[in-house]
Write a protein that binds this ligand. Structure first.
Ligand code: ATP
Length: 267
């Protein structure tokens, strides 16, 4: 199977509006990525250089993938999600040519955001054979990154990792992943915003989400999304029982929040 069959590009509908909180992160991305693309003269006048790639790091489930999709949504670009684990599991040689094919695919679908997940998976191996394989793939990725002519090329690369300390240093040089952005777990007010976003349009009772936000310290955005899903199930069960739409209640939310554990604590 060649790389072009491997993954299809898509056009994400998400925008920054769908990403709850993370205001500082969004601002930094706007300033360094989106605005230079939309108003290149302005940035050139200040000698501010565009280009390079963005590396998002932070605990799992806190919106790295979601943000990358939203960036594509903001600039109306295609989106290509590369899962490095899957590529690494191929034979030596095949991994590299697949990676190359994927970059080609992105170029054929300009403007395109390439999102590379689990960047740390490369180079973390202790096994000698694997190490050699990893190195070849890192080299191929470096080649691809160096081959991109900043934004004018219309291909933007966003990398993500939960463990930036394992990252191959060569990936951090200028022109490569030179914008490093921490995507933190949501704070209380951000948790309330995320809960509101995930509940939007659903039948709800009078909810006191600030209460739930307070009680969900160290929960990730993904955890909060799951709380809402569980609460929806509760309301749906009653709805089916009573054959009439039953709103999501504070009790549904409270119960599902209590039934979940925070996942960002150990990070
Ligand atoms: P991983 O490191 O495990 O890949 P991630 O940081 O890429 O995690 P996402 O896949 O972006 O996490 O988040 C998982 C889900 O959680 C998203 O699909 C989204 O629905 C929800 N989510 C996370 N953070 C936010 C947020 N700030 N606003 C809205 N939804 C969020």
């Amino acid at each position: 199977k060649d790389g072009k069959d491997l993954i299809e590009t898509e056009k994400p509908k998400e925008t920054f509006h769908d990403v709850g909180g993370l205001d500082a992160v969004k601002k930094k991305i706007r300033m360094n990525f989106i605005l230079p693309l939309q108003q290149p003269e302005l940035f050139a006048a200040y000698g501010k250089e565009a280009g390079g790639s963005l590396l998002l790091y932070g605990p799992p489930g806190c919106g790295k993938t979601f943000l990358a999709r939203a960036i594509a949504g903001e600039i109306d670009a295609n989106f290509l999600h590369i899962e490095l684990q899957a590529i690494l599991s191929m034979y030596v040689g095949q991994s590299e040519s697949n990676l190359h094919d994927l970059f080609e695919r992105a170029r054929d679908n300009k403007p395109c955001v390439i999102f590379i997940d689990e960047l740390d998976a490369m180079g973390g191996s202790r096994n000698n054979m694997r190490q050699h394989h990893d190195r070849m793939l890192v080299n191929q990725l470096l080649l691809e990154l160096d081959g991109l002519q900043s934004f004018n090329d219309g291909v933007f690369v966003i990398g993500a990792t939960n463990t930036p300390w394992y990252l191959d240093p060569a990936l951090r040089r200028p022109g490569r992943f030179n914008h490093l952005i921490f995507v933190p777990p949501p704070e209380e007010a951000e948790r309330e915003t995320i809960l509101n976003l995930k509940l939007a349009g659903k039948p709800i009772d009078r909810l006191e989400l600030s209460r739930i936000a307070k009680d969900t310290r160290h929960f990730s955005g993904a955890d909060l999304e799951q709380i809402v899903k569980d609460a929806v199930e509760g309301a749906l069960e009653r709805t089916l029982e009573l054959a009439e739409i039953q709103p999501i209640t504070q009790e549904d939310m409270r119960k599902s929040a209590n039934g979940r554990k925070a996942t960002t604590l150990e990070w």
